[in-house]
Ligand binder design. Sequence first.
Ligand code: F6R
Length: 600
Amino acid sequence: MCGIVGYIGQDDTKEILLNGLEKLEYRGYDSAGIATLNDQGVHLFKVKGRIAALRESVDNSIHATMGIGQTRWATHGVPSKENAHPHQSASGRFTLVHNGVIENYQDLKAEYLRDIHFASDTDTEVIVQLIEKLFTEINDTAEAFRKAMSQLKGSYAIAMIDREDHDTLYVAKNKSPLLVGLGDGFNVVASDAMATLNLTNQYLEIHDQEIVLVRRNYVEIQDLNGQIIHREAFVAQIDASDIEKGTYPHFMLKEIDEQPFVMRKIINEYQTEDNQLKLDKNVREAMNNCDRIYIIAAGTSYHAGLVGKEFIEKLAKIPVEVHIASEFSYNMPLLSDKPLFIFISQSGETADSRAVLVKIKEMGYPTLTITNVPGSTLSREADYTLNLYAGPEIAVASTKAYTAQIAVLAILAVDTAKTKGFSIDFDPMQELAIAANAMEVLTAQKDTIEELTRKYLDTTRNAFFIGRSTDYHVCMEGALKLKEISYIQAEGFAGGELKHGTIALIEEGTPVIALATQENVNYAIRGNVQEVVARGASDMVISMKGLEQDTDAFVIPRVHELLTPLVSVVPLQLLAYYAALHRGCDVDKPRNLAKSVTVE
Ligand code: F6R
C-alpha cells in the first residue's frame, strides 16, 4: 500500500525512480508520480493510473541526479492526478511524498494554514504546506522539517526535496515502513528494499520519529531534537531473482508453484542436524508459560490462524482465541492471567495488527510475530519472531505465505506439545514432506483445474464454498481468494450453517464448492451438498483420497488429517487464478487492494 522511492547520486534519476516504483507496484496503488531536481528547478510528473502511464508522461530530455517518487493508494481524496504525490508547498519550494495517514491534518490546517490555498484533498499536502510555513519563520529547512514532524500525529514515511538544496533528501518515518539504502557515491530511500535491490543490498533501518538527511556521500540519522544517531547497516537477505516472474505469466501462479519448495525450506530451517525440532528457546518458554494464546491477524493470515488454533489446542492443549486485528482493539475480550499474543502477518506491516501489538506491549504481555519479512515492523516490535521462509510474495493474493504460516504453526504446536511432555503420534517434518509432495502433484494438474473453472465459474456472479471443521476454515480462504482476484461474490460457509438462512441464495446453477477432507464430517458435509443440489446448485466436491465418491469433481492426495489445509487450498488457489484469468482481471494487482496494508 503506497510505495516511496528516492535517489540522490550521480546518475539520471528518472529511470531509477520509475524502475523502483514498478518494483513496488505489487503493494497496490491507484496513482503515481515523480519529482526530480536539477539546475532548472523541480520537474513534476503525476498520473492517475499505472506506472506505464507515468512513464509515458515523463519528459525524457530532462536530466537530474536527485528525485523522489511515490505510488499512492487513496485514503484522503479520490484517486486523481491532483491527489497523486508528490505534493508541493504553495511557493513550489518544497516537494514531498508521503505514505501513511496524518490523523491531525484538519487541526493543523485550521491552526496554521488557514490562508493557504490547497491544490489537493490529501492529508499529505498539509505536511508540505506546514513545512513551508515553519520555514518562513525559521529559515532553516532541516529545522522546519524536524519541527513539522514533531507536530504530526499518525503514521508517515516521508521523503522531501528543497528546490534550493541540491544535496539533500529530507526523510522521516513514524509507523510506516522506510529504509535508506547505501551506495557508492549515491544513496537511496525506499519503503521496501525490493525497490532498489538492483542498486544496493546495504540498508539502514529507520526507527519511528527519526529524521534522516540523505546526501550523495553520507547519511545522517537524527532524533526529533536534532541529536545524531549512529546505526550499522544491514544486508538485505532478498535475492533479486526472487522478485522476477521468470517464465511465469503471473507472480500468483509462480507463488502457487513454489509452495512445495517453501514447505521443504521450512522443514530445513526448523530442524536440527539430528532431526530434532529447532525453535528459539525464548519462544519455547513463552509457549510453555502461557495459559491462553490470542492470535491476532487479518485476511488470509487470520484464516491461517484459525487452522493454527486447531493445531495448538489439539496437540499442545493450550486454549487459543483467534481475533481479527481491526476488531480486537475496540472490542478486547477478557484476558487470561498469562496470555501470549501471536501476530501472524505475511508482510509484518499490517497497521491493524500493529495497533494491537502497540497496545499489548503497553499492557506488558509477551508477543510473538510469525512473518515472512524479518526486520518488518511487527517483527522488530514483538518480543520474538518466527520466520516463514516463503521468499518474497509479490502477487497481492497471498498463497505461499498462507501455507507457510500453517506449516510453521504446526511445528510450533508440536514443539510445545513435546516441551510439555505430551506424547503425540505426529511427526510434523515427515508429514510436511508428504504434504509438499502432494502439493507438487496438484500443481501439475493445472489443466484439470482450469477445466473445472470453465465449467463452474466462468460465467457465474456468485459462488459458495462449504466445509465442516478444518475444511470450513479452508473454505473461507478459498472464497477470499476467488473474490479478491476474480470479483466473483463468494462466501466460505460452515456446511451445517447454510440452512440457517444463506441457503435462500442458492438458485439454479449456483456453484457450490464443497471440501471433504475430514473423515469425521465426511458424511455430514455430503448431506449438506445434497441439500443445495436439491435446490438447483451446481456442486463441485473436492475430496481427499480415501474419502472420495464417484461423483466428486476432484480428489486430492491423502495427507495427515491435520495438514489437509496445506493441500486442499491448492486447487482453490488455482480455481481463483483461472477464474480471474478467464475474466480478464489483473491477477497480480486486483482492483482496490494493496499488498501491505499500512493504514488502519
Ligand atoms: C489476501 C491477503 C490479505 C492479507 C491481509 C493481511 O490474499 O493477502 O487478506 O492476508 O491483508 O496481511 P498480512 O498477512 O501482511 O498481515
